[in-house]
Design a protein around this ligand. Structure first.
Ligand SMILES: [Zn+2]
Ligand SMILES: [Zn+2]
Length: 408
């Protein structure tokens, strides 16, 4: 069964934001010192051991897929709200813009007039559910007073404000009494039950199309379109003071499917056999490598851990081999998986280094554990992940062509 780790949480630790924050001190020619306080995550572990990754490299390129209709549509609507869009404007938005504008016109979000395309709605463009699948979100409402605490996007609602969840809002604790997806509302009641909740999700991933493939000796790396199906199936209750698990309750929520893009790699059957003969926990190794790879990707793709998710399997039906997937968490893909594909040897070597340089014995939040793992960080194998990555990366030293399977 695949192990899943959707949308790992974490604040941004991109180099550009790091430099920006450091730059706020010592202006007007005055001296200043900036201190990086490393957190328990694989990226900070790597930076502490490899300061050249901060000081020796230019600020990362911004990653964006401008042809993704899910990226393009809100931008076109926002632009049309400012000034009607003209044919000349569309050229600035790239070759995909004309088709997206036609779709928005069909959906009556834009209207064609002589002077161009007009935004037809009164509300803000971002609030109109332009993303098509995202919808307007779920409102979090205090049951007794009817007070609106906030709005949460629907995918997050399944794991953050499901019935029975403990929800924190500006330092206050609430218990969710009911999540009603049909009415898009989560009813909450103030009060601290003395425990926290963590949703467990199962995630399945199907390959729709492989767009690129690179051979790394016996191992291989792909980039392509995938369908990610996620379903929150239960939640754990943990005592707030100790973190001890005190119970698990089932959830009855529908699965959600995300069409997005992913990078994935697989080792050969022979490589797998070699690792198995050495007694390596293959599922734990793949899962641990996946967590750490997600943690390190922000260094290479300019994303947050929020933006990406992963699936790993000892044997995955898409490849018939031990496989690790890292996918873009945004509908249509946001360009992070593609960037990961192109920087994969450096990215996965850094992942290996972050795991091996961590001083813990069996894995910790600084290397292979993930705060938002859909499987409660089970199973994980730190030594297994190092051996698996060594096996995978051995082939990158051979010069193999990177071939495009299909362009579109
Ligand atoms: Zn996980
Ligand atoms: Zn560790």
């Amino acid at each position: 069964m695949p192990v899943t780790c959707p949308r790992n949480a974490g604040r941004s630790r991109r180099r550009c934001s790091l430099w920006q924050q450091a730059g706020r001190a010592g202006r007007a020619g005055a001296g200043a010192a900036a201190v990086l306080v490393a957190r328990d995550d694989p990226l900070d572990t790597y930076l502490v051991h490899h300061p050249e990754a901060v000081f020796g490299r230019p600020v990362e390129a911004t990653v964006l897929d401008p042809d993704n209709p899910y990226v393009l549509a809100p931008h076109l609507c926002a632009a049309a709200k400012e000034l009607p869009l003209t044919g000349a404007d569309l050229e600035l938005f790239g070759p995909a813009a004309a088709g997206v504008v036609a779709g928005l016109t069909d959906r009556r979000l834009l209207r064609r007039r002589e002077a161009g395309w007009f935004w037809t709605r009164r509300e803000r463009t971002a609030a109109a559910g332009i993303r098509g699948t995202g919808g307007p979100g779920v409102q979090i409402v205090e049951e007794t007073t009817g007070r609106l605490l906030g709005t949460i996007d629907e995918p997050s609602a399944h794991t953050m404000v499901h019935t029975g969840a403990v929800y924190l809002h500006r330092g206050d604790t609430f218990l969710v009494t009911e999540l009603d997806l049909a009415d898009r509302v989560a009813l909450v009641r103030a009060g601290d039950p003395g425990y926290t909740t963590t949703a467990r999700q199962i995630t399945e991933i199907d390959v729709v199309a492989s767009l690129r493939k690179a051979s790394w000796g016996q191992a291989a790396l792909w980039f392509g379109d995938v369908d990610v199906t996620r379903q929150a199936v239960s939640y754990l209750r943990r005592r707030t003071a100790t973190g001890e698990v005190i119970g698990e309750d089932r959830l009855c929520l529908p699965p959600r499917t995300l069409r997005t893009r992913a990078v994935w790699w697989a080792i050969s059957t022979a490589q797998r056999g070699k690792l198995a003969r050495r007694g390596i926990d293959l599922g734990g190794a793949a899962h641990a490598a996946e967590h750490a790879a997600i943690g390190l990707l922000p260094l290479f793709a300019g994303c947050d851990r929020w933006d990406i998710g992963g699936v790993s399997a000892e044997l995955h039906s898409a490849t018939g081999r031990l496989t690790v997937f890292v996918y873009d968490g945004h509908e249509g893909g946001a360009g992070f998986a593609e960037r990961a594909y192109h920087t994969a040897p450096a990215w996965l070597a850094a992942t290996r280094a972050a795991i091996s340089s961590c001083e813990c014995a069996h894995g910790c939040p600084s290397c292979i554990q993930s705060p938002k793992c859909g499987n409660g960080n089970e199973p994980l194998s730190k030594p297994g992940a190092i051996e698996l990555l060594d096996s995978l990366l051995a082939g990158t030293k051979q010069d193999m062509p990177d071939k495009a399977l299909r362009f579109h």
